[in-house]
Every structure is written in C-alpha cells, then in structure tokens.
Design a binder for this molecule. Structure first.
Ligand code: AMP
Ligand code: FES
Ligand code: ZN
Ligand code: ZN
Length: 345
C-alpha cells in the first residue's frame, strides 16, 4: 500500500511540477502541484477546492449559466470532460444548476467502446445519470462509415455530427446550455492560429460563451476556459476518476497547430499567466463586438428537414446523411433523443 501511494505521489509531483519538499500555500502540508500564474503550491485537498472554485468563478464571471438553469454536459470519457463533469456536479448545488450529461458513441471501434465504458463508470462514481446516444443505432452509420462514403476527413465529419447531436439534444430536452470540456490549452492555440491567419471572427468565436436562440440554437459554454490541460489531468487523478488514456485513432498531432501549441507552452513557462491574459482579452473583445449574437441572427436560417440551424435550406448534418445514406437523418436523431430522455424516467 505504501509503495502504491508513494509512486502515485511521485508521479503527481512530477506532473504538478512541484518539488518533493514544497508545502501547500494554504495549509502547509505536502504540495502536489505548482500553479505558476497564481504563485501558489497546493496540496491535494486545496487543489480540488481551487479547481472547482475556478470553474464556479468562470461560470459566474462570464455569465455562462444562471441560477436554476439546466446544462447538458458533453462527456467524451477523456480527462477534460470527465474533470468538467465532476467539477460541475460538485458546484451545481451552490450555483443551483441541473447537470445533464450526454455521451455520443461515435463508432470509432475499440476507442469508442472504451470511451463508453469509462463514461458509465465515471457517471456511477459521481452518482449522475448520463444519457447515451449511439450513432450506429440511431443513424445506422458510424463516423468511419460516414467519412468513407462522403470522402470527407473523419475529424471533419465527427465535429459536424457532435455539434449537431449536442445542439439537437439541448433543444429536444429544453436544456438551457451545452457545456464542453475545452480548456485554455485547446482554445488559446486555436485562437492564436486564427489571428495569425487573419481570421479574427473565428478567433472571437472561441469566447467562454456563444449565445443561442430559444428552441433552435443552444447556448454553448466553456466552464474550463480558465484552467489548463495539466490541471484537468491532475484533478482527475486526485479525484480518482477513470478516463480514457488513449487518443482518438484519427487525431493528427502535427503541422501548424502543434507548433503554436508548443510555442504557447514555452512562452507560458517563461511568462506565467500570459496565455490566460490573452484569452481574457479575447473574451472581452468577443463581448464588446457581440460576435456570437451577430452570427445566430444574420447568418443562420432553419433546415427544411429538421428545423435546426443551417446556413442554407438544408443543414450540414441532413445534407451529409441524405447524400451518404439516402435520407436526411436529422429528424430521426431528434426523435431518438426524445426516446433517450423518456426511457430514463
Ligand atoms: P474534441 O472535439 O474531441 O476535442 O472534444 C471537445 C469536447 O467535445 C469534449 O471536451 C467534450 O465535451 C465533447 N465531446 C467530444 N467527444 C464527445 C462524445 N463522444 N460525446 C459527448 N461529448 C463529446
Ligand atoms: Fe471524432 Fe476523433 S473524436 S474523429
Ligand atoms: Zn493545503
Ligand atoms: Zn437538418
């Protein structure tokens, strides 16, 4: 037992970039993580308090969710969304929120089966009821099949399908917002890349909240906006939460994205907090220019098949499924989501 505990602490200490003799800035006991931008070292207990507090502060500061609202939490089974689900569940009573997790089984072979297994285990551990939607069961095709038949890259198809299903679920269930597990290390490199390429509009859409429209487009919120990937990982480990350790088989870790990620990582090591200041200024700009509202009102209309947001008369999801499967799957997905909800009562 002692051996197991020691190796776990050593690993945590290394992940937390804290020396073995460092003390918690709050209580003086052994520190497991250094938070450079806050100039603090924290023990396990105070780190959990810090992480959950940061999520609660983000929700309040950016007005992501109001008291009494319900939030659909998109859980992939990875460390980030598992940390998000746990933290939101912990702060839900204080913020008076109703948390409704949803996992989409994407049909990516062993990776998706493991993601589903882990999501169920986490849900049991946290005492929450996670809704599950299987793409193969509902649409009759998996991501690899949709990708192969449409000759589009799997990640592009996957992104389109996930966005569609999450929004459809929120609308069908009358949920106030959809929360995803994007943290600062997902968002900052992407924002910087868009700025470098001259697409300021795309960068501003990476704000903590994107406003929706009643009965049609759900508000999207990012409660992990001000936490790092390392913090999500350490939080999940300390809380003893299971999470999927492997990456999606289609993930591509190269090119400009990887370079920018590396650059921001190095920059933040030398100038702690610079990444956070960058994202906070982006959030202020997004609010000032009202980017998200302009998009919903001016650019979108309703899909003639499913009634959900679209840039033309047929939405991306219905267009893809109509072309590949012979009929648009949007209406089917909406029906299935009604059944998923009803069967859980
Ligand atoms: P990714 O697009 O894989 O970077 O995931 C970004 C966020 O989307 C995650 O943090 C989750 O909140 C959500 N997400 C990804 N995959 C799934 C899934 N299979 N089911 C539900 N939500 C997901
Ligand atoms: Fe969708 Fe990787 S998670 S293609
Ligand atoms: Zn402490
Ligand atoms: Zn549609």
């Amino acid at each position: 037992m002692r051996m197991v505990m020691r190796s776990r602490f050593t690993r945590l200490g290394r992940l937390g970039e804290v020396s073995t003799v460092a003390k918690c800035s709050k209580c003086g006991s052994k520190a497991v993580i250094k938070i450079p931008y806050a100039r603090m070292n924290l023990c396990e207990m105070h780190f959990i308090e810090y992480f959950e507090g940061r999520v609660a502060t983000t929700v309040k500061k950016y007005d992501l969710l109001k008291e009494g609202e319900s939030v659909l939490v998109a859980v992939s089974g990875g460390k980030d969304s598992v940390a998000l689900l746990s933290a939101l569940t912990a702060v839900a009573p204080e913020l008076r929120l109703k948390v409704m997790p949803l996992h989409i089984h994407l049909g990516l072979g062993e990776y998706s089966d493991e993601s589903l297994r882990v999501t169920k285990e986490v849900s049991r551990k946290l005492g929450v009821n996670t809704f599950i939607l299987s793409l193969e069961e509902v649409v009759g095709a998996t991501i690899p099949e949709l990708s192969a038949k449409s000759s589009r890259p799997p990640c592009a198809v996957c992104g389109l399908v996930k966005r569609y299903v999450l929004n459809a679920a929120a609308i069908e269930w009358g949920v106030d917002a959809v929360a995803t597990g994007h943290h600062i290390d997902d968002l900052a490199p992407y924002a910087l890349k868009n700025i470098l390429l001259g697409d300021m509009g795309a960068a501003l859409k990476l704000a903590p909240v994107t406003t929706g429209e009643e009965g049609y487009l759900a508000r999207r919120v990012r409660p992990l906006y001000e936490v790092t990937e390392r913090e999500c990982l350490i939080y999940a480990i300390i809380k003893g939460l299971p999470f999927v350790k492997t990456l999606c088989p289609n993930v591509f870790l190269g090119g400009m994205d990887a370079l920018i990620r590396r650059f921001l990582y190095e920059l933040d090591l030398r100038h702690p907090g610079v990444k956070l200041r960058f994202m906070r200024s982006l959030a202020r700009m997004a609010t000032r220019y009202g980017v998200s509202q302009a998009r919903t009102q001016a650019e979108l209309t309703r899909c003639k098949y499913c009634g959900l947001p679209s840039r033309s008369d047929v939405c991306g999801f219905c267009r893809l499924t109509e072309r590949v499967l012979g009929s648009p799957a949007g209406p089917m997905v909406r029906e299935a989501l009604k059944d998923v909800r009803a069967s859980s009562h």
